[in-house]
Design a protein around this ligand. Structure first.
Ligand code: MET
Length: 602
């Protein structure tokens, strides 16, 4: 057993999340965490809503509410959506908690004490018409590095480089098109160049990363610049230094506070668990967390923050950047084991866009379809290592031809036949198993190694492909053996054997599919006569803020109770009832209906 941290990207609380968001990090991190727990590891899966910074401020201005009101609203919406998908967070919290503020300030102070945070006068953009600061992301222009015309002030999405708005050619405000004015303003900078060697050494020791993620991260080291980690903004974590703490107009940069969320959420989880030091099992590099592993799940636009900036913060706080320093009060902290980044999901060939209504919100999806139908699509056809397209026609096909006609059919016909002819799990005939029986059972058993290994290496597409291969072989076995023809008294023992084998393989395949399809796995477990929790689910709990702030909803759960990653022999004689179908076949008319719902459709 080992300690495994599943650190999942924090969705901005500035609107409902769409299926592109959850297919990049939400579902894959849940599949991974569920599998790791089933395999006996002590998993801590944490995240929360990202509630500071300009993404929240700008949307709040648009809706005419305060940032806090906006964050409260969408925090709840997002918590409910992730709950609907069955994502098994140990704690899904938010960045506006007292605990998070304290931890962010602690990390800032540690970095400052080690000399990695320095004040500097920089040029900041303001809007000439309103006099307010113009956030980096709301300035657009031509990238000075690659010439792409849609570059943002903080980053070019074409070449992936980090930018400063002042470097953009022909800068303009995304809010109203005006040309920003640049004025001098004092900020704190993270001395990123002072981590070049330590980061390079660490990246050189990384194994098993997707090659593009590792290559991209190493390339970033060639041109590290100091990064501003404060902003001219009223909304955010105050700067914990004398003379700055009480200033209303400067706050810590949202990305600085958000990545620290992985640590602060772990600490919050520990404080709520009754053992306030328990977080150290995943984090303390010199103590209980020495052998822990940390996997970070995100979309590809977030790589730099997880493979360069967050590790730099951890190194600097631990006193392990390129100059001498001491660890802060929390001690030396673990760096990520792996940054697991996915690509993008597009929608009927176009980029997701809430404003153009090229979007399917999680909530709307779950109102019309089952969570596992979406989880299945994401697992078999999601953007794991290539940009991929969601189309309703493909969703329909995957659901009807694979989930319903493949897995659902196997479950249904095996259990129905056994229930009708035996009313229970039949025994194996004393004549024994045939080579075909043995071969199928062996295929299913071998799945535990293959599928588990693939999930452990973040090859979830291949993993579910292997699990579905077991399903396909079992369907072929049933068709070949045709147990329904063996109705005579002499044949019935053989019919029992075939159904015994089929049911055992249904049970094994169900376990293999549990990380992917937890809702239906629980149902199949019950159809097989099982009781108790097979696939644990998260719940929404209203909690008090631990440091006196307002109460809020979190996602949490007890995941120690689910089934293990192993073949469990089905007890002969266990009563079986004729099953109701587990999966819903969808009518082809949904494709046109859904396309009509999408905006901008010809
Ligand atoms: N809120 C960010 C995003 O949605 C992710 C933050 S992960 C610490 O891109």
């Amino acid at each position: 057993m080992s300690h495994v941290l599943a650190a999942v990207a924090w969705p901005y609380a500035n609107g409902p999340r769409h299926i592109g968001h959850v297919s990049g990090f939400g579902v894959p991190s849940d599949v991974f965490s569920r599998y790791m727990r089933m395999a006996g590891h002590d998993v801590l899966m944490v995240s929360g809503t990202d509630e500071h910074g300009t993404p929240i401020q700008v949307q709040a201005d648009k809706e005419g509410v305060t940032p806090r009101e906006l964050a409260d609203r969408y925090n709840r919406v997002i918590v409910e959506d992730l709950h609907g998908l069955g994502l098994s967070y140990d704690l899904f919290t938010r960045t506006t908690t007292g605990n998070h503020y304290a931890v962010v300030q602690q990390i800032f102070e540690g970095l400052y004490a080690n000399g990695y945070i320095v004040p500097k006068v920089a040029m900041g953009a303001i809007s000439p018409s309103t006099g307010r600061t113009l956030p980096d992301r709301y300035i657009e222009g031509t990238c000075p590095i690659c010439g792409y015309d849609g570059a943002r002030g903080d980053q070019c999405d074409n070449c992936g480089n980090q930018l400063d708005p002042v470097d953009l050619i022909n800068p303009r405000s995304k809010i109203n098109g005006e040309t920003p004015k640049f004025v001098e303003t004092e900020h704190f900078f993270l001395d990123l160049p002072a981590f070049a060697q330590a980061l390079g050494k660490w990246l050189d020791t990384r194994e098993g990363w997707r090659t593009n993620v590792l290559r991209f991260s190493k390339n970033l080291l060639d041109d590290l610049q100091p990064r501003a980690i404060t902003r001219d903004l009223e909304w955010g974590v105050p700067i914990p230094l004398d003379g700055w703490r009480d200033r209303g107009d400067k706050r810590i940069y949202v990305w600085f506070d958000a990545v620290i969320g992985y640590l602060s959420a772990s600490i919050e989880w520990a404080r709520r668990s009754g053992d306030s030091d328990a977080w150290r099992r995943w984090w303390a590099a010199d103590g209980e967390g020495r052998d822990a592993r940390g996997y970070y799940f995100m979309g590809k636009d977030n790589i730099v923050f997880h493979s360069v900036i967050w590790p730099a913060l951890l190194l600097g706080y631990s006193g392990e950047g390129d100059r001498d320093g001491n660890p802060g009060e929390l001690g030396r902290l673990n760096l990520p084991t792996e940054v697991v980044s996915s690509e993008f999901l597009t929608m009927e060939g176009r980029k997701f866009s809430s404003s153009r209504q090229v979007v399917i919100y999680v909530r709307d999806f779950l109102a019309r379809y089952d969570a596992d139908a979406l989880r299945y699509f994401i697992a078999v056809a999601g953007p794991e290592s290539n940009d991929t397209d969601f189309t309703w026609a493909e969703f329909l096909r995957r659901n009807n031809d694979e989930l319903v006609a493949g897995w659902g059919n196997l479950v249904n016909r095996s259990i129905s036949l056994a229930a009708k002819n035996f009313g229970a799990v039949p025994p194996v005939d004393p004549a024994g198993l045939t080579p075909a029986d043995e071969a199928l059972l062996a295929t299913a058993r071998a799945g535990f190694d293959t599928v588990g290994d693939l999930i452990g290496r973040h090859r979830q597409k291949q993993a579910i492909g292997e699990a579905m291969r077991v399903v396909a072989e079992a369907n072929r076995y049933l068709s070949d053996q045709a147990p329904w023809k063996l109705k005579g008294d002499d044949d019935k023992p053989r019919m029992g054997t075939i159904l015994h084998v089929a049911l055992q393989v249904v049970s094994d395949a169900n376990t293999l599919l549990t990380p992917f399809l937890p809702h239906s796995a629980q149902k199949v477990h019950e159809l097989l006569g099982g009781t108790g929790v097979h696939a644990p689910m998260p719940s929404i709990v209203e909690v008090e803020d631990l440091d006196g702030g307002p109460a809020y909803p979190v996602l949490t759960g007890d995941y120690t109770v689910g089934t293990r990653w192993e073949s469990v022999p089905l007890p002969v004689g266990r009563p079986l009832a004729v099953p109701k179908p587990v999966f819903r076949k969808l009518d082809p008319s949904i494709v046109d209906e859904e396309l009509d719902r999408l905006g901008g459709n010809e």
